[in-house]
Design a protein around this ligand. Structure first.
Ligand code: UTP
Length: 294
């Protein structure tokens, strides 16, 4: 039987300690990337992939996120009065984008716990998880391929990306076997943040997942793992090794920006602004001059 349209879950309740003090009173998902908060790119990606129902898992400082996706009548009226149609459209766009819901995580007990909090909203259906600080460049779409693989295989799908082996300790790492599609692998095991000598490969799990509802039962009994947090990777390891369907990985070879990391955040802003029609023509020559001084 075909399942209902996919819903998207965006966890945005982490503490964002790598970005303190900027994230003391603001979630890292609200940090601007050029002129939009990171999380808006992620909601736009879900919508572009055909998903209309979006659940954001919020933590402390929740109002920032809720306010961003609400309409602001005073601001709209002022822009209308000034005849500033472009900015009015931008302001309205974020509130008209999708059907956005919020659930609180309570305490930041880990990504697995944040995803588990989506259970009541998602119900007994497969769903997509998009991390709110992980940007996939819109020119290199990833989620549509993952949704199609879920439909084809009826199994959980994670996004994998080759990283420098020295960086694998920052990610979940996957042990994999080839399939008939060079962009898809079968995941035979997963380890959260392994040391380089213990990593099964240099294929890192990045922030996109398409999951079956069975993951909620597993998360419910998943004990805290690495860092004392309830890890989504541990629940995926169980799906990969103890269920008939298993887990598949779609290998991503496009542009991705981890905006929760300071250096990657700066690179994301420079790269995206340099590519934009409104900012690029002025920014690119300046960047060249600046680089020559280094
Ligand atoms: P991260 O590990 O990148 O987030 O979690 P963090 O803990 O906020 O980051 P640092 O290391 O302290 O800087 C990956 C994703 O999971 C969410 C985060 O918001 C991020 O999108 N998350 C993490 C939650 O929603 N709840 C949690 O308890 C933990």
């Amino acid at each position: 039987m075909p399942h209902k349209p996919f819903k998207a879950v965006i966890p945005a309740a982490g503490l964002g300690t790598r970005f303190l003090p900027a994230t003391k009173a603001m979630p890292k998902e609200m940090l601007p990337v050029v002129d939009k908060p990171a999380i808006q790119y992620v909601v736009e990606e879900a919508v572009e992939s055909g998903i209309q129902d979006v659940l954001i898992i919020i933590g402390r400082n929740k109002n920032n996120i809720a306010n961003h996706f609400d309409s602001v009548p005073e601001l709209e009226t002022t822009l209308e009065r000034k005849g500033d149609i472009d900015r009015l459209a931008k302001v309205k766009h974020s509130s008209d984008l999708a059907d956005i819901h919020m659930v609180r995580q309570g305490e930041p007990r880990g990504l697995g716990h944040a995803v588990w909090r989506a259970k009541a909203h998602v119900g007994d259906h497969p769903f997509a998880v998009l991390l709110g600080d992980d940007l996939i460049d819109e020119r290199d779409p990833l989620l549509p391929k993952m949704l199609a693989e879920y439909d084809r295989r009826g199994a959980a799908v994670v996004a994998l990306m080759e990283v420098d082996p020295e960086q694998i300790h920052l990610y979940g790492a996957a042990a994999v076997e080839a399939t008939d599609d060079p962009d898809v692998v079968k995941v035979t095991g997963l380890v959260e943040k392994p040391n380089v000598d213990e990593a099964p490969s240099n294929l890192a799990v990045i922030g996109r997942y398409v999951l079956p509802p069975e993951v909620f039962e597993i998360l419910e009994r998943t004990e805290p793992g690495k860092g004392g947090e309830i890890q989504l990777t541990d629940a995926l390891q169980e799906l990969a090794t103890a269920t008939a369907e298993g887990v598949y990985g779609v290998i991503f070879r496009g542009r991705r920006y981890d905006t929760g990391d300071r250096l990657d955040y700066i690179k994301a802003i420079v790269q995206l602004a340099a590519d934009r029609e409104d900012l690029g023509p002025q920014l690119r020559p300046w960047l060249q001059e600046f680089a020559a001084t280094l």
